[in-house]
Design a protein around this ligand. Sequence first.
Ligand SMILES: *Cc1c(COP(=O)(O)O)cnc(C)c1O
Length: 495
Amino acid sequence: MNVEYVSTRDNSDRVSASCAILRGLALDGGLYVPTSIPKLSRSLTELANMDYKQVAFEVMKLMLSDFTDDELKSCIDGAYDSKFDTEQIAPLSYADGAYYLELYHGKTIAFKDMALSILPYLMTTAARKNNITNEIVILTATSGDTGKAALAGFADVPGTKIIVFFPKDGVSDIQKRQMVTQKGDNTFVVGINGNFDQAQTGVKKMFGDASLKAELDKAGYQFSSANSINIGRLVPQIVYYVYAYTRLVKEGKISAGDKINVTVPTGNFGNILACYYAKQMGLPVDRLICASNENKVLYDFFTTGTYDRNREFHLTSSPSMDILISSNLERLIYRIADCDDGTDSELMRELREDGKYTITPAMKEKLSDFYGNFADQKETEQEIRRVFEDTGYVLDPHTAVASAVYQKFLSDTGDDKPVVIASTASPYKFTRTVMRSIGHDDPDKSDIELTDDLSAVSGVKVPEAIEEIKTAPVRHKTTCEVDEMPSVVKGFLKI
Ligand SMILES: *Cc1c(COP(=O)(O)O)cnc(C)c1O
């Protein structure tokens, strides 16, 4: 089956997978979605006997039709290698009645690595396939996590450069150290005198600047984005749900065909959407449990059918889920609107102009796969403590939100099918909250110093990613004003 991609806002904008990866966003501002979702072509038992890379190949080749087998295999080999600290890539840990799918064994110990390790390879392959000879320059503004994962993914990938802007005083110490110590001759990191929104606006301006584009083109460069709406990030995320299910089969925890539930700590709705696509491909997933923190815009949407971003924004202990506009939800809206680009465009216009929209009862009926709920910060810390005291297993705050929401699901529905909980960050990334939750905080110690204490109480080795930043030299010292961003970029590119 040949899968192509269309814009959620214009079905006549129809492109190949490689073109969708190069563009990121569709020209009309919509998101690219597959024209159809193919069924898995191998049986669950066959997949159970494959390793991560083989499963990745079987899943991704169905969604990326215009990549040859050899191209795809070389992308997968480049991505899922010893950068990960376990050969399983995404291992399952059983604790207290749930299987935690640990998506944090990559370079930056958070789940963004799962997709950002392979995106650079997919992108350079896509450029070759579309006869693009310019070097790709990834331009990103970050509030912390995505920037580092993108840097680690693109570092030293031939044919690419990556430039990351972060708010100089607006990220955590660990996040800042992770970025300014980044290796790779093609990496550039800049602290701006401004906040995240200003960094983001500055980057968007450069993307839209026609004369800058022409200057770049003349010098053999073009901008691209590693944004989470790129299907080159979404497709690799389908893989680990298939992998997790088939590991349970392999280990005899379930039989092939048994239904499981999946819980996902959700922000931009990319991770859980990938699980929804896995279900459409035939993976026996029953309910998709969408977990939010106090920014519970998605919980309200699933309960009322109204998406409303007009509300107070909360800064929480699970910062990667502090989001009021979940961009990837548009792809689900498009599907429950029976792929009608007109309906989707209209709802997204309402979101832009009024900050809210309401779906029809018929659309809402199609959301029965989903269950939404949320956990506040107190419940999140209690969940970290509960699981630790019961089992010794330590959750990071994002995973703890998911775990607490799963407990609510259990008591609401009594549905105790085997459950996989997506574990999206290592507790070592959030030592302060974690240590406070389990009663071992020490206010005199820095977040980094607390990592040794966490290791002592949990018995889990401090990850390489943390050990590295303790001693790594600072390589990136550039800072600038917001309006200097374009000249800084030109300076790096020597144009
Ligand atoms: C990005 C992120 C999330 C949210 O994932 P989405 O795909 O945006 O829903 C959850 N947890 C962590 C640790 C993250 O970095």
